[in-house]
Design a protein around this ligand. Structure first.
Ligand SMILES: *[C@@H]1O[C@H](CO)[C@@H](O)[C@H](O)[C@H]1NC(C)=O
Ligand SMILES: *[C@@H]1O[C@H](CO)[C@@H](O)[C@H](O)[C@H]1NC(C)=O
Ligand SMILES: *[C@@H]1O[C@H](CO)[C@@H](O)[C@H](O)[C@H]1NC(C)=O
Length: 439
């Protein structure tokens, strides 16, 4: 009799706890769903952020039909009408760090040093903020790598079996020398065979070949720049690099007015809403566009099948814009940079190309005495605001949307030569140019 009673008792308990677990799952899913519903502003710049918030793609504005219609429909739930179209980057579902699990506070006013903060307090605020931020980067990296264990996505067929090390246990100069050895560059006419239709449009030389600048600034498009008052500091550099469609007009006080070079992803070159051929943002400045090919694609394969068809506008710009200085990143060199990031990170990274920010850094290091990255590592000014020029709100912009951002930032911080007050209160890191290195 007794064993039967015990068995039943255990069974009832299991049933009860099982139910509780199930209720909890339902309840948390419901809340995730509700959180997704509160903020319906689609980002015109990165619909993946929208996807992250809502679990489905924005409806109207976006063009380009996904390759596998059925799958896309399922993914986008019932919110999409059958005939509406949108862009899915490489047919892959973007992965996002689990920002909801984070206890990192993005509204970090309490860590800011004010004029009346004494040195000791300022130092302790800075240190506390820094530890929190670095912990958050490490957490995001770990979080992403575990997501990959189950059904890892590999839209670019990336293969990597090399060793993985922790950048934080390496000597910064060694890491910088590794980065110097990574090949990275823009395409020249001589890179293409004579019969290629693209060849006559390419420049004869690589970008800034044989040029040198003492001080260079990379201006991240980060929301933290809003109200930063860094404009004059930024303009004091010999070269200023900006990204995509980041404006300067009306934001001069915070981001400066000088632009030497812009790095563009291929969506900016191709999508209608950016009005690439007419906008003044892309005139009288050096342009470098990039578009990812598969991990082992040859140049020829990439030209036949880029992710976004950027060559039409590329040729048009080269043909019609006076003194067009427009370059294309050699797509094969993108993955060398990814390998660099992965070999300096213990966890597995998402198998997507590095961000434009990191490409910009590698592009400038050989031709600059030093490179200042402004609000790339978020300072205590950080908020959930994505960009200084719009009001979209999302923490994923700082910690990673699609690109392996957290790893890039952790590595960049390791290479920095300024003190923590400058990095986390003033808002920039400085990396010495390759010329100064003895590798
Ligand atoms: C183009 O840029 C140069 C140098 O930055 C500047 O001197 C010139 O005025 C600019 N021209 C136009 C039309 O904006
Ligand atoms: C890239 O790889 C995928 C899968 O391995 C393949 O389906 C696709 O055609 C490749 N694209 C190019 C441009 O080679
Ligand atoms: C950081 O560097 C700045 C500029 O060189 C200097 O004024 C400041 O005292 C330094 N702060 C600390 C905490 O070392």
């Amino acid at each position: 009799m007794r064993p039967a009673v015990v068995t039943i008792w255990v069974f009832i308990n299991l049933l009860f706890f099982g139910m509780c677990g199930y209720m909890y799952v339902l309840w948390s899913q419901y809340w995730l769903y509700m959180v997704g519903e509160v903020n319906p502003t689609p980002s015109p710049y990165d619909q993946q952020i929208y996807f992250y918030n809502h679990g489905f793609m924005p409806t109207e504005k976006y063009i380009l039909i996904p390759k596998r219609k059925e799958e896309a429909k399922i993914r986008s739930r019932k919110h999409l009408k059958d005939n509406s179209t949108f862009t899915v980057v490489k047919d892959s579902k973007p992965r996002f760090p689990n920002v909801r699990n984070s206890n990192f506070e993005l509204d970090t006013r309490k860590y800011r040093c004010k004029r009346n903060t004494n040195d000791f307090d300022c130092l302790s605020r800075t240190t506390e903020y820094k530890e929190k931020l670095l912990r958050e980067f490490r957490r995001v990296i770990l979080d992403e790598s575990s997501a990959f264990k189950s059904g890892s996505e590999n839209p670019y067929s990336v293969q990597f079996e090399g060793p993985r090390e922790n950048v934080e246990s390496k000597i910064p100069d060694d890491v910088l020398c590794d980065l110097k050895r990574v090949e990275f560059g823009t395409l020249k006419r001589s890179d293409l065979p004579v019969e290629s239709y693209l060849r006559p449009f390419l420049p004869k030389r690589a970008v800034f070949e044989n040029k040198f600048f003492n001080t260079c600034a990379i201006v991240a498009s980060s929301g933290a720049l809003y109200g930063s008052n860094l404009g004059r500091f930024i303009d004091s550099h010999d070269l200023v690099l900006r990204f995509n469609n980041a404006p300067t007009i009306n934001f001069e006080k915070d981001v400066g007015k000088k632009t030497t070079i812009r790095i563009l992803n291929s969506q900016v070159v191709t999508k209608k809403e950016f009005d690439f051929l007419n906008s003044n943002l892309y005139k009288n400045v050096t342009l470098v566009a990039w578009d990812p090919g598969n991990y082992s694609s040859s140049l020829d394969e990439w030209i036949r099948k880029p992710e976004f068809q950027l060559f039409e506008n590329y040729m048009e710009h080269r043909r019609t814009v006076e003194k067009s200085r427009f370059y294309l990143v050699d797509p094969r060199t993108l993955w060398g940079l990814w390998r660099f990031l992965q070999s300096n990170t213990m966890s597995r990274l998402r198998k997507n190309p590095p961000s434009s920010g990191f490409l910009g850094l590698r592009l400038l290091l050989p031709i600059c005495g030093s490179v200042d990255l402004i609000e790339y590592i978020p300072s205590t000014r950080v908020t959930k605001r994505c960009h200084y020029y719009d009001t979209d709100i999302n923490a994923a912009c700082t910690f990673g949307v699609w690109h392996p951002l957290a790893a890039e930032k952790l590595i960049t911080y390791r290479l920095n030569v300024l003190n923590d007050t400058q990095v986390f209160q003033q808002g920039f890191v400085r990396i010495p140019g390759f010329k100064k290195m003895n590798c």
